[in-house]
Design a protein. Structure first.
Length: 334
């Protein structure tokens, strides 16, 4: 005797077909789900990795690369600000006494990478590319980085006052850094013929890392263009001495790492053309280190302690910068 099938009940064959179809759908969709899960894990939990995202924007004549990798100091910086800032995204501008709104999000979710790329496209100026790699869960840097930020980076002149998105999490801005006439003349005298160069590379494994190829006089050009960074600790005669000695340096690197609270370990390495040139460069670097230490101590209360040594044609300086935590804490509102 046949049992009547209730309304809406599927035939046994139809049920098997439905289950088979669901199985095929699951098998086809599972790889995509797993891939999405892996990407999420990679972006959020694996960590920032090496700060080398800027390499896609390096040009053939890029001579100087400066990279900052904020994740190396993230926990230290977060510990200097009030705990409540973890739960309050920011303070809007509510009175005329505030110059602008205050954002806390970036303090706890700092960018994965920030880089400046300087290329020698012209004897009159360096082309500059500013690169950011965002934290995957932070507020977009397109809103946080405004005209005020670009103004703070003078004397670099920017083409606009906003970042341009170049893909997922990557943003750039273009500008130029003018080279004063006296630095142009010195560079032309020391390096009359342009030499194709190997683009300097950074490892991306330091808090701050700078690499320079000086085959075409980038060091003298940068000293002239960024004179405001040198003038506070070097008088006119010392600046001229540094300018003249810059041609003895073929390449150089600088790194800075937080080795403990309130202590940055800084290392400068300069490769000179020969051992004789390295002697003069060593003396100049030692004198510069003493001058910088004196300036930082008197102006800010910082300490800079270390030594300079020479090995063949290489000059290396290792110093520890300290005493900055109080000023940094106050700047962060701590």
């Amino acid at each position: 005797m046949k049992t009547a099938r209730r309304k809406g009940e599927k035939k046994p064959g139809a049920v098997r077909e439905f289950l088979a179809g669901s199985k095929r759908t699951l098998l086809l969709g599972l790889p995509g789900v797993l891939l999405a899960a892996f990407v999420t894990w990679y972006m959020l939990f694996r960590g920032p990795g090496a700060a080398v995202g800027h390499r896609d924007f390096v040009k053939a004549d890029t001579a100087v690369i400066a990279v900052v990798c904020p994740p190396h100091v993230q926990s230290y910086v977060s510990g200097l600000v009030p705990a409540a800032t973890r739960f309050v995204p920011g303070i809007p501008k509510i009175t005329s006494m505030q110059s602008r709104a205050i954002d806390f999000d970036w303090i706890h979710k700092m960018p994965r990478e920030m880089a400046f790329l300087f290329d020698q496209r012209s004897p009159e100026y360096h082309g500059v590319t500013l690169f950011f790699r965002e934290h995957p869960t932070s507020e977009s840097l397109e809103r946080l980085v405004d005209a005020g930020f670009f103004y703070s980076l003078r004397p670099i002149e920017w083409q606009g006052s906003a970042l341009v998105r170049q893909g997922m999490g990557k943003l750039t801005a273009e500008g130029r850094l003018s080279i004063p006439p006296y630095a142009q003349i010195a560079t032309e005298k020391q390096f009359p013929n342009y030499t194709p160069l190997d683009t300097p590379r950074v490892s991306g494994n330091h808090f701050v890392e700078i690499a320079i190829n000086n085959r075409n006089g980038a060091l003298a050009e940068m000293q002239g263009a960024l004179a405001g960074l040198v003038a506070p600790w070097a008088d006119a005669s010392f600046r001229e001495r540094l300018m003249n000695l810059s041609s003895m340096v073929e390449s150089g690197t600088f790194t800075a790492d937080l080795v403990r609270d309130d202590a940055l370990e800084c290392a400068l390495t300069l490769d000179c053309g020969n051992a004789a040139a390295a002697v003069d460069v060593e003396n100049a670097v030692a004198a510069a280190a003493d001058a910088v230490a004196g300036f930082l101590g008197s102006a800010y209360g910082f300490s800079l302690v270390g030594a300079v040594e020479r090995r063949g044609s290489e000059v290396r300086a290792e110093h520890t910068l300290g005493g900055f935590e109080g000023r940094l804490r106050r700047a962060l509102g701590g």
